[in-house]
Design a protein around this ligand. Structure first.
Ligand SMILES: C[S@@+](CC[C@H](N)C(=O)[O-])C[C@H]1O[C@@H](n2cnc3c(N)ncnc32)[C@H](O)[C@@H]1O
Length: 586
């Protein structure tokens, strides 16, 4: 019944006597995927008795467990509550809704009840119901802090009449969006529809794997819920199809990946194959190479592809030469012996043996001739994190002075503070408790980026060089940037991005505001912080970041400090000091 994966449930007003009958009859009639029903009839007598009698129970069998979202009938009597949750777990309910966390709730005792229940690992996850309004996020934040960031706490966000900015909720474990029927207005034909601003908000959430609940308001006791359910499905049908790139990246949403180490490790063919599917990236490279070939004063141009992999840049270099109508000798250098086999195959089948193939580490290879154009793609999600600076320092010896051209000419790293309960929980679970002092490559989705990314540092390769630098100290960096927070937030770390100038005005970027269209080779970086930090509107967050290098290792260290308007301040640890959790090998 779910359309495009959209799950719509109904929550009838008043008490339902028999849950199983409701699911089989009314819920199915109104084309809902599930119903929100109280688990029992708040049967206090059950506590003394030690069990529920049949008439006290709403959802009686496990037959409909997937179609029912349980609701706690009580919150005051903790013995009754735990009996109710035990029954919910027995019947197989996947989660249970706690009562609303409102302005009048005693947060400490609410949190205590929650924590006592979710600490029992046999129990079902609990969903905290909150109304999206001023102060709601701060209440939720306090409760989840009191509960020690328990991952089995989730959120049901009920929208109201007020239009308010919900972006901070995208960083939270929101499972349900609750829409009371009174939020809807009648259209010309009398059917329920949402206001334009609510429509836009709901459509934004439709990209966030949440389920929807139509909650029947008391004054709407007699309305037919089928019209509301159908309307939501209609709204989902009006969503634009995602681009091919977005569809390809969707399965990686919020999946943490260890950054590649293509210098230290030899990549596998399947990894190269994934790179090669990103046509926009190679289109930009081809364009940059063509421009550089056109601009070259040489009669016979020597173009070296350093780190050629399976050869996609070689193919593009040959095409660029043809388009520019110039004679170009192409030399491909690659250190991975297995990739070299594939390069030989392509040279025979596709390139007419016109490419010179060299198996070598570009840092030590001694050429017999110099290059006019040196092309590489050694960029990571943070620009320099796959050691492009270290490799190109040495490779620039291969360039003909003074006019040799390096593609890319430069690249820069950026960071922005980020809030994401999900990413933080996943980092914490990663690597056996060592996961919070190491960066990840991740298609960041369930997150709120708290400010515009700012420049950390850049590397430039505009000068051919004649020497291999001795130590690597010139590639060390230290940067500090200050961000002003707009909404109350819990900072879980930093998002990292890069952009690069390939040649002239041909650029690549993964920064959100300048992202190269449809390019999907690079997801952003996530640098977690061990202890999430609360920030209020107007607070300043200062990020310190270091790129350090010693012997055959390069690594990042990072820290976040916050300064509030009322002279409050907090500092994170300096993470990954001396590369104790993460480094990149030369
Ligand atoms: C990110 S891959 C890019 C491959 C290819 N150019 C492409 O676009 O699909 C980087 C390649 O550079 C190679 N590489 C990295 N460091 C190198 C070095 N110092 N010398 C030679 N090859 C290197 C790796 O083995 C890998 O094949």
């Amino acid at each position: 019944m779910a359309l495009n994966g959209l799950r719509v449930g109904v929550e009838p007003c008043g008490m339902v006597a028999d849950g199983d009958a409701f699911v089989a009859g009314e819920m199915e009639r109104c084309e809902a995927d599930f119903a929100v029903l109280a688990v029992t009839h708040e049967a206090e007598a059950a506590v003394d008795r030690g069990y529920f009698i049949l008439s006290e129970v709403v959802v009686k069998t496990s037959q409909h467990a997937y179609c029912v979202l349980g609701r706690a009938s009580t919150w005051g009597d903790s013995d009754l509550l735990s009996m109710e949750l035990q029954l919910a777990a027995y019947v197989g309910l996947k989660r249970v809704l706690a009562p609303e966390l409102s302005a009048s709730t005693n947060l400490a005792s609410y949190a205590r009840t929650l924590l006592a229940l979710v600490s029992n690992t046999a129990g079902v996850p609990l969903v905290v119901r909150v109304r999206a309004a001023e102060g709601a996020w701060a209440r939720w934040n306090r409760v989840r802090m009191l509960c020690g960031h328990q991952v089995r706490l989730q959120v049901a966000l009920e929208l109201g009449d007020d239009a308010c900015d919900l972006s901070q909720w995208r960083a939270e474990p929101v499972q349900l969006i609750v829409l009371p029927t009174r939020m809807f207005v009648g259209n010309a034909a009398g059917y329920p529809v949402l206001r334009k601003d609510h429509q836009a908000e709901i459509k934004r959430w439709m990209d966030h794997a949440v389920a929807y609940v139509i909650r029947q308001s008391e004054e709407d006791e007699s309305v037919d819920l089928i019209d509301y359910v159908r309307y939501l499905r209609f709204l989902a049908g009006t969503l634009e199809d995602p681009s091919a790139a977005a569809a390809a990246s969707a399965e990686y949403r919020d999946v943490l990946q260890a950054p590649l180490q293509p210098l230290m490790d030899h990549l596998e063919s399947a990894t190269y194959e994934t790179f090669e599917m990103d046509l926009p990236k190679y289109d930009h490279y081809e364009h940059a190479m063509m421009r550089a070939i056109q601009d070259s004063p040489q009669k016979e141009i020597v173009l070296m592809v350093v780190g050629a992999g399976r050869g996609p840049l070689v193919t593009r270099a040959l095409r660029a030469a043809r388009q520019a109508g110039r004679a170009v000798q192409v030399i491909a250098i690659e250190k991975n012996p297995s990739a070299l086999v594939e390069l030989q195959l392509r040279n025979a089948n596709d390139w007419g043996h016109q490419v010179t193939l060299i198996r070598a580490d570009m840092r030590g290879w001694v050429p017999t001739q110099r290059a006019d154009i040196l092309v590489s793609e050694l960029l990571g999600s943070f620009g320099d994190n796959e050691l492009s600076p270290e490799c190109l320092d040495a490779a620039c010896r291969l360039l003909l002075a003074p006019r040799g051209v390096c593609i890319p000419q430069s690249y820069a790293a950026y960071v922005a503070p980020l809030s994401s309960t999900l990413l933080h929980a996943r980092a914490q679970a990663y690597g056996d408790g060592h996961g919070l002092e190491t960066p990840y490559v991740v298609n960041i989705h369930a997150a709120h980026i708290l400010a515009e990314p700012q420049l950390m540092w850049s590397f430039s390769h505009t000068q051919p060089s004649d020497q291999i630098a001795g130590d690597n100290r010139h590639n060390q960096r230290w940067a500090t940037a200050t961000f002003r927070v707009q909404s109350p937030s819990l900072v879980h770390g930093l998002a990292g991005y890069f952009d690069a100038v390939l040649y002239g005005n041909v650029e690549l970027s993964i920064r959100p505001d300048t992202h190269t269209e449809d390019m999907h080779s690079w997801f952003p970086m996530y640098f977690p912080i061990k202890q999430p930090m609360t920030a209020s509107p107007g607070d300043e967050l200062t990020v310190h970041m270091w790129r350090r290098s010693r012997e055959s290792r390069t690594w990042y260290e990072w820290a976040v400090e916050s300064a509030g308007r009322e002279a409050s301040s907090a500092s994170s640890l300096i993470h990954n000091i001396n590369a104790h959790e993460y480094w990149i090998g030369h």
